[in-house]
Design a protein. Structure first.
Length: 283
């Protein structure tokens, strides 16, 4: 990529160019760099940042960050597309400038590239990744399928991750800080109320329940809910069928009727939940 020779006062003119590459690396003054408003990563480990800063003090920044012009064109400011942690660590190390590659791109591309970089480095927790997909869908009109294609994920992975945004903030915070796993959270999603989710969360944290124990507890609570609403003279075969459907679809399912005719009620609680269930049903 060619970089314009009209560099701003905030960037040094020295360029370092790899012999076999047309991509120019320039030194950009750190004070001219703004955080990416679409940065999917929200949690930065302070200890890891400090270790990176110590490494930068010793050996410098070995990999350039990727920036895009921000705000009004040619105003001399840049937005981080990839490498925000390096910018933070360089600041901590006392550097005033950082090697960078400048690319012009849209907000959607800025988020997409930042998301890809963090996923490839396994730097995002599940909540951050799900939130980034949600922004692509809500702000830029992406479908679940388009998110999956752009990021290199399975469509089902995107849909399942989006479901965790339905969890209460307390549980999402537990996931971020690794007090609970993604498996725990998936089990909690089978519950129909926030109150039930928080009640199970309390037991998981107090008793140290593993994922399987949590699944069994949630299944028991779901069955209790069904027992409160089902007809007294329930058909054992139909109840067995409903239990199997609940396990497969991970949502509330109710089967009523006789051996010859009846109805199946499948509950969903969001558009993404409906999309997940219909995918499981092959619709």
């Amino acid at each position: 990529m060619e970089i314009s020779s009209q560099l701003t006062e905030t960037a040094k003119t020295t360029r370092v160019v790899a012999p076999a590459s047309t991509v120019s690396v320039i030194q950009v003054v750190i004070s001219s760099i703004d955080a990416n408003p679409y940065q999917p990563r929200q949690y930065f480990d302070e200890d890891k940042l400090q270790k990176m800063a110590d490494s930068i003090k010793k050996d410098g920044v070995l990999q350039p960050v990727i920036l895009t012009p921000s705000g009004i064109a040619n105003n001399g400011r840049y937005c981080v597309v990839a490498g925000e942690r390096r910018v933070q660590a360089a600041t901590m190390a006392g550097l005033t400038s950082i090697p960078a590659i400048i690319k012009s791109m849209s907000d959607a591309d800025t988020l997409r590239i930042a998301l890809i970089e963090n996923i490839q480095r396994s730097d995002l927790n599940a909540v951050e990744e799900a939130t980034a997909y949600s922004v692509l869908i809500e702000n830029f009109g992406f479908t679940h399928e388009q998110c999956a294609e752009q990021i290199g994920r399975e469509r089902s992975t995107v849909s399942n991750l989006l479901r965790i945004l339905k969890l209460p903030a307390e549980i999402r915070n537990d996931l971020v800080h690794e007090r609970m796993s993604l498996g725990h959270c998936r089990a909690l999603l089978a519950l129909s109320t926030v109150e039930a989710m928080l009640a199970v969360r309390k037991q998981v944290l107090q008793k140290g329940l593993n994922v399987r124990q949590t699944e069994l507890l949630c299944k028991s609570l779901c069955n209790d809910e069904d027992d409160a609403t089902k007809p007294k003279a329930a058909n054992p075969d139909l109840e067995h069928l409903a239990a199997g459907l609940r396990d497969h679809l991970r949502t509330k399912v109710r089967v009523s009727g006789s051996g010859s005719r009846g109805k199946i009620e499948i509950s969903y609680f969001s558009p993404s939940e409906l999309e997940r269930i219909t995918a499981l049903l092959g619709v």
